[in-house]
Design a protein around this ligand. Sequence first.
Ligand code: ADP
Length: 236
Amino acid sequence: MTIEIKNLTKIYGQQKALDNVSLTASQGEIVGLLGPNGAGKSTMMKIITCFIPPTSGEVKICGFDIFEEPMEIKSLIGYLPEQNPLYTDLYVRESLEFTAGIHGLKSKEKKFRVEQMIETVGLTKEVNKKIGTLSKGYKQRVGLAQAMIHNPKVLILDEPTTGLDPNQIIEIRQIINRIGKEKTVLLSTHIMQEVEAMCSRAVIINNGRLVADDSIENLSAGGSMEKKFREITSLQ
Ligand code: ADP
């Protein structure tokens, strides 16, 4: 298992954002994390990536514990937060070189990874532009390239296609599908079609609680995933 989450709870003041959530994911899986706004998706991602601590529970990434070995975990995880963190004044290649440097990549390896990422996410034509001048879809590609520059085993993507136009959405989905074959990808969304197009499995959380964890096939049985999602989330 690359992701192991056991009895995870997060309480912000009076607000219980995650309530005893457990789940696992393995290499080669693209898992969709679904839930209405406020369900606790971003909170779970911030905990997995060691940005915030949980109130209780256990998280291990490739066997490393978030409390004991956060530096190892950060080197194994690529994270694209909902607000794509980009230096808009930097040129595309310059920005990727900078991120690679932060991850400790040096000379030859750094150059190799930067060029590889430019190709993987389809940025070749935009590589000499300033990030601030790119369209939202291309900015998202830069965000993905940044998240993957150190060749992480696990990718955590918080609503990676929000705000993109239909063509850009398809392109980003194709990139994620390609990448997902050799990594473990956990991506959050509240768009059902997104999960159907990219994921093998979906985890649904509602009011901080895990309410479903199943294959897309099973979740779509007897109608559509949309129907099942409404049923499950309105019951809570
Ligand atoms: P989602 O990503 O599914 O929309 P979040 O994880 O962002 O959900 O939020 C889950 C709940 O926790 C929401 O009720 C939200 O208002 C609350 N919350 C998130 N971050 C904080 C915070 N820093 N302080 C207090 N409450 C928070």
